[in-house]
Design a protein around this ligand. Structure first.
Ligand SMILES: Cc1cc2nc3c(=O)[nH]c(=O)nc-3n(C[C@H](O)[C@H](O)[C@H](O)COP(=O)(O)O)c2cc1C
Length: 360
């Protein structure tokens, strides 16, 4: 079996190891959504991960989900990302951008005044931080069928801008209860047209978005993240047979695209369902067990030794240890993540975690 520290080919890229930096929203941008020096430094610090996936980045302000989120809509944002990409490339890294439309998990103060858009006008009982403070998330507006091409095109244009800015590829965010996951999840998608109802219909829009992005930049530069049965943010998938049918329809719709990778967030990493998903996908398969515990070396090594996946997405340990790969490989002591600074803004808990070499 390959280990975490063995190289792997992912789409168009030869990666130096199988530890990938999971997408991590850190809310370190200003209102303009433009990556600045601090963001360049943060990503460059973590370039020894085989693949660096960016924070969920909005393709259009109407899909912004957090204050402080970075975007890939404007020229200034693209220029900022080109500096980030350069920083990662200078350190020998490969970087994909996670493109995220937050769907209903948003607020008009984040979306430039627009009512958040979703498959159906179904609200969630949740609050979000906006400039005026903590506010309830409003009931979203159901997208008309003739608006879907616009949403799809926003993903395509974002992918084009990212690649033109020097980012190596994109990861489409189909997880964690945001727009694309809302299409997949019966609790969020009450549509009665060809985008709702049956598993095939609920998978349809995600398939269309991924296909369109692949047409624009090539399958070997595109990954997809999914989180079946994650059951967060009101995207509830509690009928396992339906879940199997929905994600089978999704993966069947993508099978001929030559996607670079599929990234699966699923709690029961040892269970049958993960291998069922893996069997329906031909590219590189990354796994992550979700939020309940940090991905530690033991779990990451288990994923590799038991051949549960081809690589591991690692989040919080990489927040706290920019040089995590070296530390894991050489058995070095680890810094401890500080959850209070995950979303705080500013450099503390972002670019000031020390490197192992700096400790001795
Ligand atoms: C601060 C923070 C921000 C996150 N932001 C994103 C995100 O933007 N997109 C995404 O798909 N997942 C996001 N996640 C989930 C992580 O990618 C990862 O799946 C999760 O942290 C579990 O992995 P870990 O135990 O290695 O941290 C986030 C998690 C954390 C802790």
């Amino acid at each position: 079996m390959p280990t975490l520290f063995d190289p792997i080919t992912v789409g168009a890229f030869e990666l130096k190891n199988r530890v990938a930096m999971a997408p991590l929203t850190r809310m370190r941008s200003d209102e303009d959504g433009v990556p600045k020096d601090m963001n360049v430094e943060y990503y460059a610090q973590r370039a020894s991960a085989g693949l660096v996936v960016t924070e969920g980045t909005f393709p259009a302000v109407t899909g912004r989900g957090f204050w402080g989120q970075a975007g890939i809509e404007t020229t200034e944002q693209a220029l900022g990302w080109s500096r980030v990409a350069e920083g990662v490339h200078d350190k020998g890294g490969v970087m994909f951008m996670q493109i995220m439309n937050a769907g209903r998990v948003s607020h008009p103060e984040l979306t430039g005044g627009a009512t958040p858009e979703a498959p159906s006008a179904v609200g969630i009982d949740q609050q979000t931080h906006v400039p005026s403070g903590k506010q309830p998330i409003p009931v979203p507006r159901a997208l008309e069928v003739d608006e879907l091409p616009r949403i799809r095109q926003e993903f395509v244009s974002a992918a084009r801008r990212a690649v033109d800015a020097g980012i190596d590829g994109v990861e489409i965010h189909g997880a964690n209860g945001y727009l694309l996951h809302e299409f997949l999840a019966p609790s969020a998608n009450h549509r009665e047209d060809e985008y709702g109802g049956s598993p095939e219909n609920r998978a349809r829009f995600v398939v269309e978005v991924v296909r369109a992005v692949v047409e624009e930049i090539g399958g070997d530069r595109v990954g997809l993240r999914i989180s079946p049965e994650h059951n967060v943010q009101g995207a509830i998938e509690d009928d396992h047979d339906d879940v199997r049918a929905t994600y089978s329809a999704l993966l069947a719709g993508l099978r001929d695209l030559g996607l670079a990778y599929l990234s699966v967030l699923y709690k029961d990493i040892d269970g049958e369902f993960v291998q069922e998903l893996r069997g329906q996908f031909d590219g590189v398969f990354y796994l992550n067990s979700g939020f309940s515990e940090y991905t530690e070396l033991e779990e990451a090594e288990h994923i590799m030794a038991a051949d549960l996946a081809d690589g591991v997405m690692v989040g919080r340990e990489l927040i706290a240890n920019p040089d995590l790969v070296e530390r894991w490989r050489d058995g070095l002591e680890l810094n401890t993540p500080d959850p209070k600074t995950f979303y705080l803004g500013g450099p503390k808990g972002y670019v000031d975690y020390p490197l192992a070499a700096a400790r001795v």
